[in-house]
Design a protein around this ligand. Structure first.
Ligand code: FAD
Ligand code: DLZ
Ligand code: SF4
Length: 507
């Protein structure tokens, strides 16, 4: 009897474990469904990316001889959910067994477990570190810290290793990767692609069905096939990787991508493997084409962070997204969904997010994430926002970054201290402040940058929790040395700012 091989929208890899387990006569099932397209209000570009890449992948599977049953979003018989589609297809072909590579989200794993078919999960081995390996590494450690995990991964893979030693002599070149950036008309941009007829059809569908979601659908320039993703990788390694490290943390109004790769969207839906991306970067270093700080900085994000957060997501379990260690309850302000704000940094980051379904790491962490944490936004709402608005957002990678790294809602599992800053950091790393109604140099007063007030108010209100953190002691010494009247003014002005936010006033 034939079996069903389920391929999800972020599992578009020809060497997927479920496909490898198939036998002659098995039927591949792929489905564009309402439940997946609306569990959060995804950015239209994200839905278009996934549907278009799914349709192209299904064509490639058929060309390679697979028997594929593909359901389009507007098919009349569409059951609206993955389990529903499996049941329908199982009846059609007379199958009762389904093979699926374990999904990247607890919600969908639970839905499949509840499905009254015989569901066989295969490990998702498109990662460099298996979940078993991560568990073995994490077991018995008091704290899980990226740096130690990353070194293990370097040793395991041999990436950027010279014998037992790290290439160039250091494991980590982060110190060299904190420069600000100057506008440079010659800086290359990520590769863009023109939609073909199949993608145009998807764009029309998404425009009709999801046009009300936050986010601009056109122009749509993402690649949607493995061949295009490989071209994007090649383009990045040739033109942007060498400059990646230097300006990795910088932000510029008129250069949204700087030297970032935009490769997360391709890796996260399976069009590129993390190992091949790292190998290309290591090869570019070995052949003298890129500097060590760039190759290492880039590889660390993938071999280190990407693998690390995935391990955390599955280790911490389905309740992880509901953690709220700092007990933050504020609703996410309307400005995150495009409401007016006078704060230039937030306005630029949100506008870019709306147009591109993309913002780079420091914009996510130190602008939108920083502000949400400082105002005490409910981490569940913050999580829903990040999961919705970025084209690369899938829970296994988004949740540890948001709930853990950015909002400290997991109490320090991902990061050892909260990522918060005053306006000074944003001013140093960007050109945003020169176009702002607020003055980043003013610590108090009518025009003071809100980050300056909120930063100290955050430290003050969470003193009990953070004072004993050895990485934060100096912050509290600075606060205590401040003139008492100034501290009171900061508390009062930050309080008024938060009141205005609560009333829904423009800030
Ligand atoms: P580059 O700067 O070119 O980096 C190269 C690659 O490194 C990325 O493609 C990505 O695969 C990997 N990487 C870099 N940082 C991280 C990280 N912290 N965690 C995991 N992988 C990383 N990344 C996602 O892929 N999906 C998300 O939903 C997501 N949500 C985030 C939410 C918040 C609040 C924060 C602070 C970060 C989030 N990140 C997420 C991590 C990071 O911001 C993106 O991976 C990166 O911006 C993707 O753009 P890029 O491909 O141009 O990255
Ligand atoms: C994100 C997404 C969307 C928008 N739509 C679909 C879909 O219609 N069909 C599908 O198979 N997958 C989709 N996905 C990806 C799934 O939500 C993803 O597989 C899970 O979140 C697990 O990572
Ligand atoms: Fe952002 Fe403050 Fe700079 Fe304005 S002054 S852009 S609010 S950091």
């Amino acid at each position: 009897m034939s079996r069903l091989i389920l391929v999800l929208g972020d599992q578009l890899s020809s060497d997927l474990s479920a496909l490898r387990a198939a036998e002659a006569g098995d039927v591949v099932v792929m489905a564009e469904v309402r439940d997946e397209a609306s569990y959060v209000p995804h950015h239209p570009k994200k839905i278009a990316l996934i549907f278009a890449a799914m349709r192209h992948f299904a064509e490639e599977l058929r060309d390679a001889g697979w028997y594929v049953r593909y359901t389009r979003y507007d098919d009349a018989e569409n059951a609206g959910s993955i389990p529903g589609e499996l049941l329908r297809r199982a009846e059609e072909v007379g199958a009762s067994e389904v093979i699926v590579t374990r999904p990247g989200e607890w919600r969908l794993i639970a839905a499949l477990e509840d499905c009254p078919l015989d569901i066989r999960f295969k490990a998702d081995d498109r990662f460099i570190c298996s979940l078993e390996e991560f568990e073995a590494w994490a077991e018995g450690r008091k704290e899980l810290r990226l740096e130690w995990f990353y070194r293990e991964m370097r040793r395991k893979t041999g990436l950027l290793m010279e014998g037992d030693s790290p290439a160039g002599g250091e494991w980590n070149y982060d110190k060299e990767n904190r420069k600000s950036a100057e506008p440079d008309l010659l800086r290359s941009s990520p590769m863009e692609f023109t939609p073909d007829d199949m993608t145009e059809e998807v764009l029309d569908l998404v425009g009709r069905e999801f046009g009300e979601n936050f986010g601009t659908l056109r122009p749509f320039t993402f690649g949607v096939t493995r061949a295009q993703a490989l071209r994007a990788l090649d383009h990045f390694v040739r033109h942007s990787l060498d400059g990646f490290g230097d300006v990795q943390d910088a932000m510029l109004r008129d250069d949204r991508f700087l030297n970032h790769s935009l490769l997360s969207i391709y890796m996260n839906i399976g069009l590129l493997s993390p190992m091949e991306v790292c190998q290309r970067a290591a090869e570019a270093y070995a052949t003298g084409k890129v500097a060590i700080n760039s190759a290492e900085g880039f590889i660390r994000q993938i071999l280190g962070w990407r693998e690390f957060v995935r391990g955390i997501y599955f280790r911490e379990g389905p309740e992880y997204t509901r953690r709220n260690r700092l007990n933050h309850q504020r609703g996410l302000p309307a400005l995150y969904w495009g409401g007016e704000t006078k704060m230039a940094c937030l306005s630029y980051a949100v506008e870019q997010t709306r147009e591109d379904a993309y913002a780079h790491h420091i914009q996510r962490l130190m602008v939108t994430g920083n502000f949400a944490l400082l105002i005490g936004a409910d981490p569940a709402e913050v999580h829903e926002w990040y999961l919705s608005v970025y084209a690369d957002a899938f829970e296994w990678v988004e949740a540890p970054n948001t709930v853990g790294m950015s909002q400290f809602a997991d109490g320090g599992v991902v990061g050892s201290k909260p990522y918060v800053s005053s306006g000074n950091y944003i001013d140093k790393m960007s050109d945003y402040c020169s176009g702002c109604a607020y003055d980043v140099k003013q610590k108090t007063g009518e025009t003071a940058c809100p980050f300056n007030l909120l930063y100290w108010q955050f430290m003050d209100r969470h003193r009990e929790r953070f004072e004993s953190n050895h990485r934060m002691g100096r912050i509290y010494s600075t606060w205590d040395r401040m003139d008492g009247d100034k501290r009171d003014t900061i508390r009062a002005e930050a309080g008024r700012f938060l009141d205005r936010l609560s009333k829904g006033e423009e800030v």
